[in-house]
Ligand binder design. Sequence first.
Ligand SMILES: Cc1ncc(COP(=O)(O)O)c(C=O)c1O
Length: 429
Amino acid sequence: MTPPLDTASPEQDLIARAHTVLPAGNLGNMNVETVIRSGRGGRVWDVDGRGYIDFLLGSGPMLVGHAHPEVTAAVQEQVAEGTTFFANNEHAIALAEAIVEALPCAEKVRFVSSGTEADLYAMRLARAHRRRDKILKFEGAYHGMSDYGLMSLWPERPGNFPQAAPDSAGIPRSVRDDMLVCPYNDLATAQALIREYRDELAGVIVEPMQRLITPVAGFLQGLRDITAEYKIPLIFDEVVTGFRLAYGGGQSFYGVTPDICTLGKVIGGGFPLAAIAGREDIMAHLDRAKAGEDGFTPQIGTLSGNPVAAVAGLASLAILKRPGAYKRLFSIGNQIRAGLDAALRDAGIEATVAGEAPMFDAVFTAGPVRNYRDTMGGRPALSRQFSSKLRERGVFKSDNKIYVSCAHDETDVGEAIAAFRTAAAELRV
Ligand SMILES: Cc1ncc(COP(=O)(O)O)c(C=O)c1O
């Protein structure tokens, strides 16, 4: 039932309605009571008409900007031709070709609809390939919302390594036995765990850049070397980093090739599409004829390889592939990042800006920020306060990340930095 519209503004009305029909009054994502009506380029507008510089970018997919004319035209053309078929379609095949061409690890591609699914299947493929059960992940790494992904994702009271702990109600106790947890950027511990559990390990999953924490020199290569030594599949979760740190993803940016990677966000151009891409012999477990009954991992999804999402992804990749696209993205990102750093420093606030130019944010700690436990000292309440003050000043972001798009320009840089300065000066530390 729709409640009476007796509140102050269209946004307030919608918020009241949302609270009657949505748990927590939201879609499970942004906890903020802003209702977005539209987006164009690097900006969004709420239903009351307030405009914001958008550093949320739909949580990352809108790397080329909202409503990019080329993406919109491709989508409109496809919508008129039919929106989903379940059968093979030309655009999904072309998108798989583009992924194979771009990413060093990608020999074969399977599409799904979300990063959560991609990570779940990637871990299952590793299990099928190795015929073992345990997966090693890094504390604080985000691999979606499956039972496995939710182990030691954001523990408030982290335990002893390598014991994994669930960060959600409803996860079977048995899942603890199948996950091992290691501190990110700690190669010696990872090597020791991989050696100790080598006969039980199915795979190692890692975000090449874990949230905003960049890998220390030699960490990813060290993981590559030891997993290769024991023939344990190494999975890069590139749902965020894919086509963002570089056209060839985190694996090209950091120069380390995993066995499998997962992709999402950018490759769907703002539509639900994600993928698992990797070595032919591992991906062959998705092919009953090659894997046999014993090794086959069935994988079906109603909207997998959806043609509308595929054309949106293809149009986005075509834009990103143009000469200078990443140079400009990094230049704008670095200007915003430097402005954020200076604003906080000038306001006398202890903070470390972590990340790379296309995605970064302030962690409110003196640093260094090398793993999840370092970020725990980062005063999340201060991050929330800063984001909220920025929103009041027309900058829209999550509490822990600034995503920069190719559509952001020098005007956005100037306005964002002015907002950083005002918000930083007002922070109640
Ligand atoms: C690194 C990483 N992996 C997986 C996911 C899950 O993707 P999705 O939200 O599409 O399920 C996310 C989502 O933000 C992510 O950041």
